[in-house]
Design a binder for this molecule. Structure first.
Ligand code: SF4
Length: 201
């Protein structure tokens, strides 16, 4: 299944689920606390995003990517790394005027994070209470991710998972061919493995 098809299938399943349960997410345009988060995605999802990026988005990724890779190099083994990062309130480089600049192509990790609760509880300082984010949409997104992971392994022989801005930056620069070469590049950057680093599986 192509990435775009996986997104459409997820959106349909999600709409059916929400309607069936009578759930009305409070997520709205202009509400973007979740875009301060450390978002991970697979190479296939990142590659599907690339052709949709405008010049300004590419320029921001070329600036932000190395910064995030450097942060990850320092913090990839810190158990609290994502929550510490979230507290810095650094917006996703694809966020534009409070709106997702790639909304139709946003990754599954973004699609699956929904709440019916008070949006103020999504903010970093609120430390969202347990159950604030809907668990089923997240699991639905995870299942779609896993089917794309299988497809990526079939295509490249291995799966590459990493943080959104850093991975898009690496793809814009051009990844080397083959698992060993990719691992070598990530190792040289200090971002391979560990608790939060890039995974090559
Ligand atoms: S891709 Fe879009 S929805 Fe996802 S974090 Fe970035 S701006 Fe937010």
């Amino acid at each position: 299944m192509r990435v775009e098809e996986a997104y459409q299938a997820f959106d349909r399943d999600l709409a059916d689920y929400l309607e069936g349960k009578g759930l009305w997410p409070s997520c709205r345009a202009g509400c973007f606390a979740c875009c301060f988060g450390w978002v991970s995605l697979s190479r296939l999802e990142a590659e599907a995003l690339l052709p949709h990026l405008g010049e300004a988005q590419r320029a921001r990724l070329l600036e932000e990517g190395p910064r995030r890779l450097a942060l990850l190099c320092q913090g990839k083994d810190d158990p609290l790394f994502p929550s510490r990062y979230f507290q810095t309130r650094t917006p996703c480089p694809l966020l534009e005027g409070g709106l997702c600049g790639v909304y139709a192509q946003r990754p599954l990790a973004c699609r699956g994070l929904l709440t019916v609760g008070d949006p103020a509880l999504c903010l970093p300082e609120a430390k969202a209470p347990k159950g604030h984010f809907l668990p089923v949409p997240w699991r639905m997104a995870r299942l779609r991710m896993e089917s794309l992971w299988e497809e990526e392994r079939a295509r490249y022989g291995f799966l590459l998972l990493g943080e959104l801005a850093g991975l898009l930056y690496l793809l814009l620069q051009g990844l080397p061919e083959g698992r060993e070469a990719v691992e070598g590049r990530l190792r040289a950057l200090g971002v391979l493995g560990g608790r939060w680093g890039y995974q090559v599986v």
